[in-house]
Design a binder for this molecule. Sequence first.
Ligand SMILES: Cc1ncc(COP(=O)(O)O)c(C=O)c1O
Length: 406
Amino acid sequence: MLDIQNIRADFPILSREVYRRPLVYLDNAATAQKPRCVVDAMTEEYFNANANVHRGVHFLSQQATDLHEQARETVRRFINARSTAEVIFTRGTTESINLVASSFGQAFMAEGDEVIITEMEHHSNIVPWQLLRERAGIKIKVCPITDDGRLDIEALVSLFTSATRLVSVTAVSNVLGTVNPLKEIIAIAHAHDVPVLVDAAQAAAHAPIDVQALDCDFLALSGHKVYGPTGIGVLYGREALLEQMPPYMGGGEMIGKVTFEHTTYNELPYKFEAGTPDYIATTGLARAIDYVSDLGFDAIQAHERDLTAYALRQLAEIPEMRIFGPADAAVHDPVISFLVGQIHHLDLGTLLDRLGIAVRTGHHCAEPLMHRLGIEGTVRASFALYNTRDEVDALCAAIRRVATMF
Ligand SMILES: Cc1ncc(COP(=O)(O)O)c(C=O)c1O
C-alpha cells in the first residue's frame, strides 16, 4: 500500500492553491508533477558537478559524465534493455519516434513500403510517418478501433502485406486510457518478420516495462510523464537494428573521425546523440526512476487501478455522462475522457478549473481519433500515484455543480 499523504508531501506543488481552492491536479497524462528529490538532484549537479560530459579530462567533467552514464544504466534497468548501447537519450517520445521514422525509414523503407499505425495514436506517432511519406513515398496503414475503444486485432492482422516494414503502436491511449495487448501485437508482427515500435509515453509511469519480455524492437518514452524533468526522453532500440541505421543528426559526440572528405560515426548509443546532451535532465530522470522504483509498481498499480475503477464508477453516476474508452477497468489506465450532455468540453474544463480542478480539454493531440469518435474533443482527467479518492469525489462534485449551471 502507498502512503499517499507522505507521498504527497514529496511534491511541493500539490499543496498550493488555485483561485483560493486546494489544487486538484488531474492532468498527469500531459505531464506529471515532480518530487522534490528530482529537482534537488538537478540543483545539486548544477551547483556541484556541472561540466560538459564526454569531453573533458578534468575532474568535474568526469564526474558529470559518470552521473550521465549512471543515469543511462538506471534507464537500462528500468526498461530491462540488454545493454546501455540500446539506450539513446532524446528530448522525449516525439523526438524518439522522429528518429526512428527518419533513420529506420532511410535504412529500411523505400517507395511503396508500408508502416502500420492505429486510429488511437498521438500526433507524434502519425506526423513523423507522414513526413516520411512525403520524403520517400511510403504508405501509412491505419488499424481501426472497436466502438468500445480497443484495437481491432482481426483488422490489424489483415493489414499486413509483403510491403509492411514496421508497426508503430501506442502502449496506452492518451485519450481513451486503453491498454493495448502489446505482446499479442508484437507476436503477430514478428510472425511477418516486421519489427514493432512501442510508444510508451503514457505507459511508463503506470506499469513496469520489460523490453526483452515484450520483445519489442523500439520503445519511446518521455521523462516528464514519469515524474522526471522536461526535455529528456529515451529511445530503446534493438542493437542489431540500431547498428544498421544511419545517424539522425550530425555534430559533436556522434562522430569517430572527421575530415572534410569523410566522417566515421561513434559507437552506439552515441551515434544517435549529436551535440551536448541534457546531462542535468538525465540525472533528474534517473532520480525519478529511482523514486518510482522505490515505491514499486505493484503498489503503484494497485493504487491507480483502484482509483481508475472508482473514478469510472463515480463518473458513470453523473447524469448525461458519456465516458469514452473501455468500460473494463482492467484494460483502462488512469486516463478518463468524457463529455457531459451538450456542455462543450472547453466550457466544462474552464469551469472545473475555477473550482480548482486541473483537467485537460480538446483533442489531446489525437485529432484522427476525435474524427473516429465523431466529436471535437473531450474533457480528460488523468491520475498519478499521488491522487486520491477524495480528489475523484471533488472532480465529480465539481462536474455536477457545473452541469447545474447549464
Ligand atoms: C501517447 C503519447 N505519445 C506521444 C506523446 C508525446 O510526448 P512528448 O510530447 O513528451 O514528446 C504523448 C504526450 O502526451 C502521448 O500521450
